[in-house]
Ligand binder design. Structure first.
Ligand code: GLA
Length: 388
């Protein structure tokens, strides 16, 4: 869809002649540091160059009308600024509506209604953060149109709060943070405890980052996600009896191993082992990338996958198959699942000369095993949310 086609759709949908303002928020992918953002360690995501576009104009009343090009069957979803409680009928509109409500709770008042049209190119349910993209986009456009004075870090925190409290998904800060703060051709090393962050040039030289979608919806993701969070809290409580630590990321692997006997449950120990080892891998991977040692970075990605598969147990047959096929393919430096798991996508570092054959090979082998095709995206690293 071009911008002028979107403007025509906007005017037809809302029956107006307004020239809307246009905003864009990316999707994201996490390079390494998985299931770490609720454990206080560092994560290493980047923003993508595809995402969600919003067209918006102010209304003269106090109603908000939302329409998504991607969900035409849902029609226009509307609410009034004076009553933003959840009705359960919001469908996808829960993401923007939650941001309006969360802003109100923080005395960031919106005093005029809006028409907003959304158009997204992030596949839903693929673990590339289509929902966080809508949330950050909505928060950003409200901040801009109503001069609310919210900086990008607070924008991430407020939209995360909306996802946690209004949508009801207990996610960490990573997705909203990278979508709010991403920078073209850079990944962000984000300390999820202090929210200190550094931009690291994302230079793969002769290699490309390939995102492969299993096209398996992340069915179990929400319930298992909350279960993992609780398991990590339990591991922390056990370790806090011996160490004065504030998060699982505060101990190193040697200290954890020394305390193995304190764990009654092997399972809880393995969860903690993933977290603590992944924290170390993330910092090592960032060093490897900074030193242009892509081979090392690839190895760390492979180790990350094994840890997520065996110790944290958030992978699935489709993800494991994609990753194992990639590990055995010449020209691939590393491959791992990315995001919450139980479906969604893998990322692989693939030599540019091998790209086409690699995709053909993976497509054939994967389809033979599962009866449906994977989808590939060649990832370019884009900017965080902006006004177009
Ligand atoms: C989801 C959550 C993030 C993060 C990842 C796992 O994407 O929204 O906060 O926890 O899973 O790394």
């Amino acid at each position: 869809m071009t911008q002028s086609e979107l403007t025509q759709l906007f005017q037809a949908t809302f029956e107006c002649q307004d020239s809307p303002s246009v905003y864009f928020a990316p999707g994201r992918v996490n390079l390494i540091g998985e299931h770490i953002d609720y454990n206080g360690g560092s994560v290493f995501p980047c923003a993508l160059d595809f995402g969600t576009t919003a067209l918006v104009s102010k209304r003269s009343d106090r109603s908000v009308y939302l329409y998504s090009y991607n969900f035409p069957e849902q029609g226009i979803i509307s609410f009034r600024l004076d009553n933003m409680s959840k009705t359960g009928q919001e469908s996808w509109g829960i993401y923007p509506k939650g941001v309006f409500k969360t802003f109100e709770l923080h005395h960031k008042f919106i005093d005029q209604g809006l028409n907003i049209l959304y158009y997204g190119t992030i596949p839903n349910g693929a673990g590339l953060s289509s929902s966080a993209s809508i949330e950050v986009l909505t928060g950003y456009l409200l901040n801009d149109l109503f001069d609310l004075g919210i900086n990008r870090v607070d924008l991430a925190l407020l939209t995360q709060e909306s996802e946690n409290n209004y949508v009801g998904v207990n996610c960490g800060i990573m997705d909203q943070f990278i979508i709010a703060n991403g920078k073209k051709n850079h990944a962000i090393l984000l300390n999820t405890d202090s929210l200190d962050f550094d931009y690291v040039p994302f230079e793969l030289h002769d290699y490309k980052l390939v995102i492969t979608n299993t096209n398996v919806k992340r069915g179990l993701a929400d319930s298992k996600y909350n279960e993992r969070r609780q398991e990590c809290e339990e591991a922390l409580r056990i370790l806090q009896k011996s160490y004065s630590i504030h998060t699982l990321a505060d101990i190193n692997l040697g200290e954890l191993i020394n305390h193995k006997a304190k764990f009654n449950s092997e399972l809880i120990y393995r969860r903690a082992y993933h977290v603590v080892s992944e924290c170390e891998r993330t910092l090592n991977a960032v060093d490897a990338l900074k030193n242009h040692n892509l081979k090392r970075m690839g190895e760390l990605m492979n180790e990350s996958h094994r840890s997520l598969r065996d110790d944290y147990q958030v992978s699935c047959a489709e993800l494991d198959t994609l990753v194992e096929l990639s590990w055995n393919y010449d020209g691939v430096l590393g491959s791992r699942m990315t995001g919450a798991g139980f479906g969604g996508c893998t990322i692989s570092i693939v030599h540019q000369d091998a790209l086409q054959n690699y995709q053909d090979y993976i497509r054939r082998a994967y389809t033979k095993s599962f009866g449906h095709e994977p989808t590939f995206y060649l990832a370019n690293v884009g900017d965080g949310v902006y006004k177009v």
